[in-house]
Design a protein around this ligand. Structure first.
Ligand SMILES: [Ca+2]
Ligand SMILES: [Ca+2]
Length: 291
């Protein structure tokens, strides 16, 4: 007993230290497992492929310029050309083409803002021959992503710019299965130019978005501002793979705010009714601790 007591008395601090070390290792191991799981899940939306580009063309000199995104980082770029030419009556005019893009692939939203400007007109050669000159801008984005869980998504775009013959406009979202059955959104230049806003519950799986808009300026200067947003309404607001305290804090920071699809608060409007309120909070709490 005494020996045991002494032994215990001597050994306890050492054991305590040893146990503390073991606890620390276990703690680190649990942390490591947690990090691995978070990385593996990495939020509801994972982008798997991207191809984004802007380009312009001026017909006076058949000149072109373009830029494309090298990776999944925000793509902010613009290209521009401006060339003088002789119009009717010897008046000097400008054949202009500008195209800009600002596109983010955030786990909670895919947002693309575009900008076009341009001008053209009739050029008159010394022999009197007239040619219709135009400035043309083009924006394209092909983006694939995968969903690990069911997500309510809103896709929205302003009405396409009304432009000339030969211009193109496409918004196409395809889901698992591909083909006609997988076509969730399909809009092109043959349809009336109307704003798009549609909320869809997306099942887990692979999706592909194709966006293309081409704007042609044939006369006096014109501008156009196309855009597109896919808003993924997941309560995992920080996209770390779990609905937790950080998401709740972020959510409460937007509580009570109105939320159109283009607003910063929109990701917190989980039921897409235009306001961040208690109904959304109930959804978040219901998923707390899960994905
Ligand atoms: Ca989270
Ligand atoms: Ca709401």
């Amino acid at each position: 007993m005494i020996e045991a007591g002494l032994a215990a008395g001597v050994c306890l601090p050492a054991l305590d230290a040893a146990c503390s070390g073991i606890r620390m290792k276990r703690h680190l191991a649990i942390l490591a497992v947690g990090v691995t799981l978070a990385n593996a899940r990495a939020g509801a939306v994972v982008y798997t492929a991207q191809s984004r580009a802007v380009s312009v063309l001026t017909t006076v000199d058949a000149g072109a310029a373009s830029a494309s995104a090298p990776d999944f980082a925000p793509f902010v770029a613009s290209v521009e050309r401006a060339v003088q030419f002789v119009g009717a009556g010897g008046v000097i005019r400008v054949n202009h083409a500008f195209a800009g893009i600002d596109c983010e692939l955030d786990p909670n939203r895919l947002r693309l803002l575009g900008q076009f400007a341009g001008s053209g007109g009739l050029s008159v050669a010394p022999d009197g021959a007239e040619v219709q000159e135009f400035g043309q801008g083009r924006i394209t984005a092909d983006i694939d992503f995968e969903l690990g869980t069911r997500v309510m998504m809103t896709i929205a775009a302003p009405a396409r710019p009304v432009s000339g013959a030969g211009d193109t406009y496409k918004v196409r979202l395809r889901g698992p299965g591909g083909g006609p059955a997988g076509a969730l959104v399909e809009i092109d230049e043959t349809m009336p130019p109307e704003p798009l806003e549609r909320t869809i519950s997306l099942e887990p799986g692979a999706y592909s978005l194709a966006y293309e808009v081409q704007h042609t300026a044939t006369g006096d200067p014109t501008t156009a501002s196309p855009g597109l947003i896919l808003l993924f309404r997941s309560p995992d607001l920080d996209s770390d793979g779990v609905v937790g305290t950080a998401d709740l804090v972020r959510f409460l920071g937007r509580f009570g705010q109105s939320a159109g699809v283009w607003d910063e608060a929109a990701a917190c409007d989980l039921n897409a009714d235009g306001v961040v309120d208690s109904a959304d909070l109930v959804t978040l709490i219901g998923r707390f601790g899960g994905v």
